[in-house]
Design a protein around this ligand. Structure first.
Ligand code: NAD
Length: 419
């Protein structure tokens, strides 16, 4: 297997957990848990508005349904592979289990560059994905959500395509989360992952005896997760000294005005040109001296190569799989406290669960209720993982994986012999 990929990182983390659990469960059961339940590759050929047909692949993976229907976002990037989707689906299995949600893990991939698509053609492609993948989507099968390259509007198109195909005004039950509020979405879903990241950062600061007020923070990625996390960090008194996106980074040691930067980025789609900061290289930014580093961009950004130069006291994994297993070892040797992805960025799927129950029960939640429940669950889970880590002398990642895999194993045993 190639190294430093999403799947190899996820597999290495699982193998470590399986080792820890080998005295408690049969190896056969642990081997079964590692394998994806279903991996689907579909070819779609939507016709765009200029009349051209674009033939491309879409993927759906259901890694596990031991705890319930598979849950996980739709990633649209030009280089996403079936293996990436399998690795991400596996991570979703652990994340849902760790957060005590009645969901298994799943994920979708669409091999396309959203930046190459105007709104009309992106809608066409999302509808094409939905039509092709529809028999794998359902409230008791797999419930998608946004991920890199897809957003709230796209989830509205997913819901509409399914409702339209059934000749109905809506869907019975929840087929997709992260939808616009007007179509049954929940207030605060878009911000949930970034806010959840900062809840765990605040808890980690307490554990490290580090004041969040005045702490210096660096944020990689300025999209859905990174943008919201940067704003929430500043709101809670941290000094955000640098942020980056795919095109580069912007740095101001005195602290960036994040709301103004968000406005500038929304207008120009670039960080560069922001008046109150200096442009810098995105890779070098990861090595800036700071208290908190939030990795909220892509996979395998902290590797064996750059990990020795990471100077942050705390690394918050807003992205999925941003740290390779080798880098993890180096960070541990250097006493960098890592909040692992399956805990750190689980706020999104937790609020998706609230959306799922809201839609199933035809309820209406307020944003205050959503934020309060999000904060409570993130703090509760941070405390549980920290206590397992302390009791068993494990890192936070090992403790989170230990709890998650154990939960899935117990669910499989509770289901009996057939599944
Ligand atoms: P997004 O597409 O909204 O934003 C991604 C951001 O990262 C963009 O600013 C992009 O320019 C930047 N980026 C990409 N590659 C980069 C690189 N090499 N260096 C610096 N910046 C880079 O995506 P998102 O929804 O914010 O997701 C970011 C990460 O968080 C992904 O790993 C995703 O799987 C994970 N995640 C997202 C959610 C969610 O609710 N959106 C939930 C859990 C995990």
């Amino acid at each position: 297997m190639p190294t430093d990929t999403i799947l190899s990182n996820a597999t290495a983390n699982f193998n470590r957990a399986a080792e820890m659990l080998s005295g408690e469960f049969d190896r056969d059961l642990l081997d079964k848990i590692a394998q994806p339940k279903e991996k689907i590759e579909i070819t779609v050929g939507p016709q765009f508005d200029d009349g051209t047909i674009h033939t491309l692949k879409v993927f759906v993976v259901r890694h596990s349904d031991a705890l319930g229907p598979a849950k996980g976002g739709i990633r649209m990037t030009p280089d996403v592979t079936l293996d990436d989707v399998a690795g991400l689906a596996m991570e979703m299995t652990w994340k849902c289990a760790l957060m005590s949600l009645p969901f298994g893990g799943g994920k979708s991939g669409i091999v396309a560059d959203p930046h190459d698509l105007d709104e009309y053609n992106k809608e066409t492609l999302i509808r094409s994905y939905t039509r092709a993948a529809m028999r794998h989507i359902g409230p008791m099968i797999y419930v998608p959500a946004p991920d890199m390259g897809t957003n709230e509007r796209d989830m509205g198109y997913v819901k509409d395509t399914i409702a339209y195909s059934a000749g109905q005004a809506g869907t019975q039950g929840c087929y997709v989360t992260g939808k616009p509020v007007i179509l049954g979405g929940i207030p605060g879903r878009r911000e949930a992952t970034g806010r959840g990241v900062v809840e765990t950062v605040a808890e980690a600061c307490k554990a490290l005896d580090l004041s969040l007020t005045g702490a210096s923070a660096v944020v990689q990625g300025f999209g859905n997760v990174g943008g919201v996390a940067a704003a929430a960090l500043r709101q809670r008194g941290a000094k955000v000294i640098a942020v980056s996106d795919l095109h580069g980074a912007i740095h101001n040691p005195a602290g960036l005005d994040v709301p103004a930067l968000l406005e500038h980025h929304a207008k120009t789609s670039r960080l560069e040109g922001f008046p109150n900061g200096e442009a810098m290289d995105g890779k070098e930014m990861l090595e800036l001296p700071c208290d908190i580093l939030v990795a909220a961009a892509a996979a395998s950004q902290i590797t064996a190569e750059n990990a020795p130069r990471v100077k942050a006291k705390l690394l918050a994994e807003g992205a999925n799989s941003p740290t390779t297993p080798k880098a993890d070892e180096i960070l541990a040797e250097n006493n960098v406290f890592v909040i692992p992805d399956i805990l750190c960025n689980a706020g999104g799927v937790f609020v998706s669960y609230l959306e799922y129950t809201q839609e199933t029960q035809q309820e209406q939640w307020t944003e205050e209720e959503v934020r309060a429940r999000l904060a409570k669950r993130m703090c509760q889970k941070f405390a549980e993982v920290a206590s397992t880590a302390e009791a068993r002398k494990l890192s936070m990642r090992e403790a989170a994986m230990y709890q998650a895999v154990k939960t899935v194993a117990n669910a499989l045993i509770a289901r009996g012999k057939l599944p």
